[in-house]
Design a protein around this ligand. Structure first.
Ligand code: C5P
Length: 208
């Protein structure tokens, strides 16, 4: 049985989560959505009525994270998205979450999705995918997803929020969003979920 780490990174709403989950199921590996760690940290800071830019409070909340926090149903939406990205730019928050991610991956191997899995968390991972799509397409997908959940949103605003979050994630000093030098690039702009999965699985197999 495989006990390898597969890193899946990329910008917001590129379809990484769906893809990583399906790869994990196909390969019999555990799956970890690392964005949940930052989302839950941001949520805990907001719950305290604190500012997500407050490094000391955000680091304390990251260190106090409990597994139950990851299953909360209020981790998505414009405020939660931006709070996650803001606490994620704080070095002490990232440091507090690093060992947890490494331990998870090392135990039985894993597919992890995030922004810095291939560059920082598992730079030695044998397989790294960097999944992208155009900002317009990612905005459209997120907007459709909201619609399917009964949330009426403005398409232009959804795209603007995605662009703002990507800019913050790519522009930060520590562990910025970027492909690892040895990552395989997968642009899903013109692919449906099925084609993206088939292409990703072929890419993974080419590296194993
Ligand atoms: O992947 P998701 O959109 O849920 O991530 C939420 C936020 O968490 C991202 O915008 C990013 O700022 C942060 N994040 C990160 N590193 C990761 C995963 C997520 O900085 N590995």
């Amino acid at each position: 049985k495989l006990a390898i780490v597969i890193a899946v990174d990329g910008p917001a709403a590129a379809g990484k989560g769906t893809l990583a989950r399906r790869l994990a199921a196909a390969l019999g590996l555990p799956y970890l959505d690392t964005g949940l760690l930052y989302r839950a940290t941001g949520r805990r800071v907001l719950d305290r009525g604190a500012d997500p830019h407050d490094a000391a409070i955000a680091a304390a909340e990251a260190a106090a994270l409990h597994p139950d926090d990851l299953a909360r149903d209020d981790l998505r939406g414009p405020a939660a998205d931006m709070a996650a990205s803001t606490v994620a730019a704080i070095p002490a928050v990232r440091a507090a979450l690093l060992d947890w991610q490494r331990d998870f991956g090392r135990r039985h191997g894993a597919v992890l999705d995030g922004r810095d899995i291939g560059t920082v968390v598992f730079p030695e991972a044998p397989v790294k995918l960097f999944v992208t799509a155009s900002p317009e397409e990612r905005g459209r997908r997120r907007w459709l997803e909201l619609l399917s959940r009964g949330v009426a949103a403005d398409a232009a605003q959804v795209e603007a929020e995605i662009r703002a979050r990507d800019a913050q994630d790519a522009g930060r000093a520590v562990a910025p969003l970027k492909p690892a030098a040895d990552a395989l690039l997968l642009d899903t702009t013109r692919m449906d979920a099925e084609a993206a999965f088939a292409t990703a699985l072929a890419m993974v197999r080419s590296r194993l």
